[in-house]
Design a protein around this ligand. Sequence first.
Ligand code: NI
Length: 138
Amino acid sequence: MTRKTSLSRFGVSLEGDLLERFDAYIASEGYDNRSKAIADLIRKEFVSDDFKKGAIVAGAVTLVYDHHRREVVNRLMDIQHDHGGIIISSQHVHLDHDNCLEIIAVKGRGAEVKLLADALKSVKGVKHATLSVTSAGK
Ligand code: NI
């Protein structure tokens, strides 16, 4: 971070049962104070908004597939080469005798990231795929 931000305080009025549910929720998520939980929820909304509006986001595509199906491996490789501009790195883990886990770190516009994730997950033979999007830090 190059820019310092000062903290501002503000009051929030909530219905009692909503606050009760919020406190229970943040406790179950491991928060020990409301400020950090509220800030994280706000940032989560902003990440979602950035994604929709085409701002630069960072994220990870996670894939599980059986490497014995050679055409799957080749297809996944082709797709990644086609989207090389937004792929930062990838990690391959041999989960067991059959299954591979691949974690592909990406940074790019929301629509580009989604296009890549959709292309990878739709490859026949991919057993599970997720896209996790986070802020690019701006
Ligand atoms: Ni493997």
